[in-house]
Design a protein around this ligand. Structure first.
Ligand SMILES: [Zn+2]
Length: 804
């Protein structure tokens, strides 16, 4: 069952949750044959004999402590927004249920949403908070956050001490009794994984050794519990209990083992490698349809750590195969996966587009999968995937600069909106969904995976993401400042500069910088130079290697053409071949569209010529945008296109950018005959203009710029002289655009003095909405679309997949 569904059940008054005593059928209950360890591949049998692992050739991650984001970049701003949220959260409220469970005093009050004191998932967000704050602290060294997270660890430690058994949770251990008896319970190990991972991150990133001791005590407790289940029943019974979601228990336990070397930690990790799922992957069967996506991705991540520890190639294969099927058959253009939290049949995504697509948690987890694979293989496809999912699947899950407002699902149906799904946008203190937990982690580690280092045979630094940042590269004894000019649509290339300085007076060792030439750039267009001298480039999809003894002031310039292209949805049925997403370099473009129109016409149906259908919005267009307002019955209304686009209305004015009403109230002034005789183009209906239909008739939005669309912009005929304007028809002089009643907008003519001068005068404001710097106009069949990056949208209605 999905988390959403189970949250409803657990709070439904009729107690239906308690009645659900049979294990969820969608989790594939193993028959006794399947559950036997004999039916799983030989290599997967539990073995504590460890090899030395295959780690020597792996790229090393670069510590978040050594990377800093440019605070003014979209990444820096997203990080800052998340830091503000982390600092808004209160330790007493976060630990309320932990203290209650431990029998300690509970000052303050608990949070709501999934952290509420009756929710079975309570405490999960606190675990994520420990991880997120450790990562954010490493990324910013913010002193307030350091003291906040240290207090949190201390408060949790007091709870663990009071309980005395090593157990630490916001819910009583009775939930594990139910888990072990195969009774209905909501994923207690899922939450324990978050707390273990959070404490481990506090140890590894913030050097809190007490947090490590807390982890070891907790693991000791759960080791005994699992051993008891196996001793009292059978190991099959334990495997059966794994039909309930256990998060990344294997992942955190393998990670713990790399720190402690304690065989018990490794053995317990093995017991969370879910055989019924991994067995399928080991057999290379794309049979993940029907599985709950976010239950199973973390298990794959755990086995990736297992491969790094043991070198057992089976687990390398499992990770690679899993990534390949998700990428080729189960992921959207955003890099996200799942519909209603589940996977569907491979290559059948055309019928999954709705409001409940790609749970945010799954993107967070797929980034981890691809990151491991890149470190092992240095294959560009994984770096490309990481970029795609980070930009299009992560950046846009925050609502602009609002701290603590994030989504759970990303709607992908035509005319969808992030504000309109089952959950919509969450709230700061009353949501705490799973995706809030992964969300605060995602925005705390934006400095991760930009750089990787190779300290094997050659000393090299991989620059895998173009994100304005700096790195203190200790092994190479250099500092690099990476400056990325924000992409714009009127200059179609990504411009990157790397400025190098040396850390010591003496020369640093010779080292190689490996710069990613992304697959999305054009074949002949990319250029690179070192200190002004051109470098020869490999084809897109490779790394440009530059080896030298770096000198103070060395500067590399990269110019990567941003190509426009379409990409078909992962659906191999012929009728879905025309369902395509539009990309500009790595940026997935969405068309502003409330009505669900999605037809784009390509000349001769040739999908390779999408660039001919798209024209960039020029840089100066933002200075031509206006919103026309009036005071109606004491509140402000704005001239707006109606949602069906056929008419024009006066609608309640909400100046907040990022909403459909702000879009509907924004028009571009287009010179008609001269600068005073103008046309009004709705920002989201490029090429269409407001037209009159004769005296007394409603104004309309028409595709053809006829004489009826030309208006003289004259001083307001209300005669107030306060800067108001009136729109006089060029084809019907003496007739004005005028409000009739509270919302209708018509052309009213002056014969007989019937023009209501107040109703025909408007205040002029800057456009409520504006063009993103990456904006294109796409020619459509029934209408044109304004395309902007999906990540930039807040509540606006949009279409991601077009019928091309
Ligand atoms: Zn989630």
């Amino acid at each position: 069952y999905s988390h959403t569904y189970r949250h409803e059940l657990s709070f439904s008054r009729n107690g239906s949750w308690e009645k659900q005593n049979s294990p969820p059928s969608l989790h594939r209950i193993l028959g006794s044959d399947e559950a036997s360890t004999d039916s799983i591949p030989q290599q997967m049998k539990i073995s504590v004999g460890l090899s030395s692992g295959g780690g020597a050739d792996f790229l090393k991650e670069v510590s978040l402590h050594d990377v800093r984001l440019d605070p003014n970049s979209i990444y820096g701003l997203a990080q800052q927004t998340n830091l503000e949220y982390l600092l808004m959260l209160d330790v007493d409220k976060l630990v309320w249920s932990f203290r209650k469970t431990a029998g300690l005093d509970t000052p303050s009050e608990p949070y709501g949403g999934w952290e509420n004191p009756n929710g079975e998932l309570r405490g999960h967000f606190v675990g994520h908070y420990l991880s997120a704050s450790a990562k954010m602290w490493a990324s910013t060294h913010n002193a307030r956050l350091y003291s906040r997270m240290s207090s949190l660890v201390l408060a949790l430690s007091e709870c663990q001490t009071k309980i005395g058994s090593g157990y630490l949770s916001a819910f009583p251990s009775e939930l594990f009794d139910r888990f072990e008896s195969l009774e209905a319970v909501w994923a207690p190990y899922y939450t324990i994984h978050k707390i273990l991972a959070g404490l481990l991150d506090q140890y590894t990133l913030a050097a809190n050794s007490h947090a490590l001791n807390m982890v070891i005590s907790m693991v000791e407790y759960f080791y005994m519990r699992v051993q008891n289940v196996i001793a009292r029943y059978t190991i099959e019974r334990h495997w059966l209990s794994l039909n309930e979601e256990t998060g990344g228990m294997n992942d955190v336990l393998y990670r713990l083992y790399t720190i402690t070397g304690n065989q018990k930690h490794f053995a317990l990790a093995l017991l969370f490698d879910k055989p019924c799922f991994l067995g399928l992957l080991a057999l290379k069967a794309d049979d993940i349809s029907g599985f709950h996506a976010n239950t199973h991705i973390p298990i794959v991540i755990g086995t990736q750590v297992r491969y790094e520890i043991t070198g057992d190639p089976l687990f390398k294969e499992i990770g690679s195969f899993f990534m390949s099927i998700v990428n080729s058959s189960h992921s959207y253009a955003t890099g996200g996966t799942s519909a209603g939290e589940f996977w569907s049949d491979p290559q059948r995504l055309g019928t999954t587009l709705g409001t409940e697509n790609q749970e945010s948690c799954t993107t967070y987890n797929m980034l981890k999968v691809s990151r491991h694979l890149f470190r092992w293989s240095k294959e560009m496809a994984y770096a490309d995937y990481y970029e795609r999912a980070l930009i299009n699947g992560v950046l846009g899950i925050q609502r602009g600069r609002e701290p603590g407002v994030m989504i759970y699902m990303l709607p992908l149906r035509p005319g969808g909106s992030k504000a309109r799904s089952y959950h919509g946008w969450g709230t700061q203190f009353n949501s705490f969904w799973c995706c809030y937990g992964t969300g605060i982690e995602s925005f705390s580690k934006l400095g991760d995976s930009i750089y990787f280092e190779d300290v094997g045979k050659e000393l090299a630094l991989y620059v895998t993401q173009y994100i304005s940042s700096s790195i203190d590269w200790n092994s190479g004894q250099i500092l690099i400042m990476q400056l990325v000019e924000p992409a714009v649509s009127w200059d179609q290339s990504l411009k990157v500069k790397m400025k190098i300085s040396t850390k010591t007076v003496s020369a640093p060792p010779s080292s190689t910088l490996k710069l990613r030439i992304p697959t999305w750039t054009s074949r002949n267009g990319p250029r690179a130079s070192l200190n002004g001298a051109d470098l020869s480039l490999p084809p897109p999809g490779n790394f440009l290697s530059i080896t030298r003894i770096w000198r103070q002031g060395d500067e590399i310039s990269l110019d990567l053409p941003l190509t426009l292209r379409t990409e078909a949805i992962k659906d191999n049925r012929p009728e879905y071949g025309s369902v395509q997403a539009v990309f500009y370099g790595p940026y997935l473009l969405a068309g502003l569209s409330s009505g669900g129109d999605w037809d784009i016409k390509l000349p001769d149906g040739d999908a390779s010529s999408i660039a001919e259908l798209l024209s960039p919005v020029p840089a100066d267009y933002n200075s031509h945008l206006i919103t026309l307002t009036q005071e109606v019955n004491g509140s402000v209304s704005a001239l707006s296109t109606a949602s069906d686009r056929s008419s024009v209305v006066m609608a309640a004015y909400r100046p907040e950018a990022g909403t459909d009403s702000a879009v509907a109230a924004t028009f571009r002034l287009v010179a008609g005959v001269d600068s005073r005789r103008i046309m009004l183009e709705p920002i989201d209906f490029p090429g269409a203009v407001l037209s009159h239909q004769g005296e007394g008739e409603s104004l309309t939005v028409s595709d053809a710029a006829s004489a009826a669309a030309i208006f003289r912009l004259v001083p307001g005929i209300d005669g107030r002289g306060d800067g108001s304007v009136s729109l006089e028809s060029e084809s019907r002089r003496g007739c004005f655009v005028s409000r009739r009643g509270s919302s209708n907008v018509t052309l009213t003519c002056g014969g007989g003095g019937t023009v209501d001068r107040e109703a025909a005068s408007f205040g002029v404001r800057n456009g409520s909405s504006e063009y993103h710097v990456v904006s294109f106009v796409a020619r459509g069949v029934k209408r044109n679309f304004l395309l902007v990056p999906l990540f930039s949208l807040r509540d606006e209605s949009y279409t991601v997949y077009f019928n091309v």
